[in-house]
Design a protein around this ligand. Structure first.
Ligand code: AKG
Length: 269
């Protein structure tokens, strides 16, 4: 159902129910985002980057663009190919124009603007979690805001796009509904919070390739190790309102923020 009451007077993409679900649960599955061409292009690009056919920078502000799986790095696992050695490709939108074009596309940023009720949006960073078959490692429970404690308000939204089908076996996302209302938690307090009772509330979000999950930066989420034979790549794009403040100190490195919709404001990000 299409709603007609967007603040800027255009048709809304999300239903009122979807928007309410996002703010109540802290996440919203959105099973069709990329079309087959976009998906094929992005899958190919991850291969081209891994095999060195597309030459990228080795780092951005000292943060490496390519990160290997720890077990590969330690020589404890062997990957069948260069693609499946990788744990992450950092900052795709800052290293390749195809990623940047999709990061800026209306089909994503209009949804983000609707969720924020704000037309002015910036990309604060992005990464591809590669989760290779067999040795793709766990991503422990965390809140994304813990990586950006210098941003105020702590109100960011990630669009997590499945570049392969994400299943229970290969490490789909798992979220704790409502946990975005807890505020920013210290990592050392998570073991006390994450009791069996709490973990029983976890919602697994399998997605088809090309689908996405929008989630709030304070929502607790997790992905298991990939114990299957199927690769699970996913591109996480982190967005914020252009009227956010950046209090980062010199040792808090981040990429240059990219305006993806609407205006920028002096004194803000
Ligand atoms: O893709 C994953 O396995 C983890 C993603 C994640 O934790 C994030 O995007 O914050």
């Amino acid at each position: 159902m299409v709603e007609l009451s967007d603040p800027v007077g255009r048709e809304m993409i999300l239903t009122r129910e979807q928007k309410a679900t996002f703010w109540r649960e802290g996440f919203l599955p959105y099973p069709t985002l990329l079309n087959a061409d976009e998906l094929a292009q992005l899958q190919q690009l991850t291969e081209d980057i891994a095999y060195g056919r597309v030459v990228t920078r080795t780092d951005i502000k000292g943060i490496p663009v390519l990160e290997k799986e720890p077990s590969i790095e330690r020589g404890e696992a062997r990957a069948a190919n260069a693609l499946d050695e990788l744990r992450k490709i950092n900052f795709p939108a800052s290293i390749h124009e195809t990623f940047l074009a999709i990061a800026r596309s209306a089909k994503i940023v209009d949804v983000i603007a609707e969720l924020f009720d704000d037309p002015d949006i910036k990309l604060l960073g992005d990464q591809i979690f590669m989760k290779p078959p067999g040795h793709g490692s766990v991503k422990e429970y965390h809140q994304d805001s813990a990586s950006w404690p210098f941003l105020i308000p702590q109100n960011q939204i990630t669009c997590w796009i499945a570049l392969d089908a994400a299943t229970l076996e290969n490490g789909c996302m798992r979220c704790i509904p409502g946990s975005q209302t807890y505020g920013l938690l210290h990592l050392k307090h998570l073991p006390q919070l994450l009791t069996e009772e709490m973990k029983a509330q976890e919602v697994a979000v399998p997605l088809p390739a090309g689908g996405c999950l929008f989630f709030h930066s304070l929502n607790l989420h997790y992905s298991s190790a990939n114990t299957s034979t199927q690769r699970r790549r996913a591109w996480a794009l982190h967005y914020m309102m252009a009227k956010s403040k950046d209090l980062s100190a010199a040792d808090e490195i981040h990429v240059d923020y990219i305006s993806v919709r609407g205006k920028s404001y002096p004194g803000y990000v």
